[in-house]
Write a protein that binds this ligand. Structure first.
Ligand SMILES: Cc1cc2nc3c(=O)[nH]c(=O)nc-3n(C[C@H](O)[C@H](O)[C@H](O)COP(=O)(O)OP(=O)(O)OC[C@H]3O[C@@H](n4cnc5c(N)ncnc54)[C@H](O)[C@@H]3O)c2cc1C
Length: 399
């Protein structure tokens, strides 16, 4: 098939959370001739990676075969997009094939830029460093955090756009809860590094600060990981008081992130802005310069905090608007900027932070503004109910 050409009414780039859900919604609405380009054999439910690192879920339940989640009636093209040519309504695949489309939906996720922090790539190959942003490293984090009995552990969140940025904190609280239960918390120095002026966002800070005080965590705000000395197990942190050198016994990193390199190089990216995410109207999710191109999820230059919770609404908006576009109509559905970050603040409770792109609280249950308070019910929902909802309702386009 190398060098072959094919046409589809709808081409979806990426069969992750966004791509599978939006394609399923379109199929449910009766749209045919949809193709998803997705290279991976396995589909990942990433929100559970934090639980894997925090020791409250096995890695195996985060993975299912990609073929099992492909919506019926949708063609799976197992390849990766190498470039897009929106002027000629075409994408070129790494295998050499070319696809043309009536409508293009772009959702290839975000790229983990490990090499942006000097020494980080090397550190990940040592026994002392891990990250819950990749499944194998999340499993490594789980045993590192479980076996630590004394010393210093550093958790870091990068500056700039990231997938569920606040997830950097989640395994930390779970580990602290475990260390407290096993009597070693007092022998540990726990440092959390965040780029923001406060721990997260004003409506939820007090709830998180209470847990930070309870566990004795040292919080470094307006700070970032500058470099790692992998052999010497030392990090250099940049913050308001200048560089700080810290020896670590365990390091858990949320790596810097940006759009995939091939997207950055494309004409779909926001011109003149670094990051390379796909330019879209933040409400209709349509590209402002290419009217038959749509983007959603982590790869879109939307104004919300990037997360799966946002996609539940974005996939609805894009499916409605693409369906209208296929009939020659203008988009009518609008995304409201909703995002969610469930903070696992212990091994049995969650702070359920729901907010919009202005940083205001946006509870799913209207008027229940106290829903963000630490609760056992939110834990049950995040750990047990949501994964089921993801595999059975979200990926099938039903919610
Ligand atoms: C550790 C962690 C914890 C998280 N916790 C939460 C949480 O608690 N709640 C929440 O709402 N969200 C959470 N998220 C965020 C959530 O997982 C993402 O926002 C969501 O997966 C984004 O979906 P997406 O479809 O944009 O990208 P993805 O789900 O990443 O899917 C992108 C797909 O595109 C494919 N792809 C990549 N390149 C190409 C190419 N060139 N051609 C074709 N296909 C390609 C990839 O293989 C992948 O399958 C978390 C994320 C992480 C990493």
């Amino acid at each position: 098939m190398n060098g072959a050409s094919a046409h589809h009414r709808v081409v979806v780039i990426g069969g992750g959370n966004g791509g599978i859900s939006v394609a399923a919604r379109l199929r449910n609405a009766g749209v045919d001739d949809i193709a998803i380009v997705e290279p991976r054999e396995e589909h990942l439910y990433k929100p559970l990676f934090s639980h894997v690192a925090g020791g409250t879920a096995p890695g195996s339940i985060t993975v299912r075969p990609q073929r099992d989640v492909m919506p019926k009636g949708v063609e799976w093209i197992q390849d990766a997009v190498a470039s897009v040519q929106p002027d000629s309504d075409a994408v070129v695949l790494e295998g050499g094939d070319r696809l043309t489309y009536d409508q293009l939906i772009v959702c290839p996720g975000i790229q983990l830029d490990w090499d942006r922090v000097p020494g980080l790539v090397e550190a990940m190959q040592t026994p002392a460093a891990a990250s819950h942003y990749e499944l194998e490293l999340a499993k490594k984090a789980s045993s590192l955090l479980r076996d630590l009995k004394e010393g210093t552990v550093v958790f870091t969140q990068p500056d700039g756009p990231a997938s569920c940025a606040g997830a950097a904190q989640k395994p930390m609280y779970q580990a602290c809860d475990y260390w407290r239960a096993t009597g070693v918390l007092d022998a540990l120095r726990v440092i959390m590094v965040v780029p923001t002026p406060t721990v997260f966002l004003e409506p939820f800070d007090r709830e998180l600060e209470r847990k930070i005080a309870e566990y004795g965590i040292e919080l470094r705000t307006r700070s970032v990981l500058l470099r790692v000395d992998a052999a010497g197990q030392e990090v250099v942190l940049g913050g308001p008081n200048g560089p700080e050198h810290v020896h670590y016994d365990v390091l858990n990193v949320e790596p810097p992130q940006s759009a995939p390199d091939w997207l950055k190089a494309s004409s779909l990216a926001v011109p003149g802005v670094s990051g390379g995410f796909v330019e879209v109207d933040p409400r209709t999710l349509r590209h402002p310069r290419f009217a038959n191109v749509w983007a959603l999820g982590d790869a879109a230059a939307t104004t919300n905090s990037k997360c799966g919770g946002a996609l539940r609404k974005q996939t609805w908006v894009v499916s409605k608007n693409v369906k209208r576009a296929l009939r020659g109509k203008e988009p009518s559905a609008r995304y409201d900027g909703y995002a969610v970050c469930p903070f696992t603040v212990s091994r049995s409770t969650v702070v359920w932070a729901e907010f919009d792109d202005q940083g205001r609280q946006k509870p799913t249950i209207p008027f229940y503004k106290r829903m963000y308070r630490e609760s056992r019910l939110s834990w049950v929902f995040d750990r047990h109910v949501l994964p089921w909802v993801y595999w059975h309702l979200i990926l099938t386009g039903r919610v």
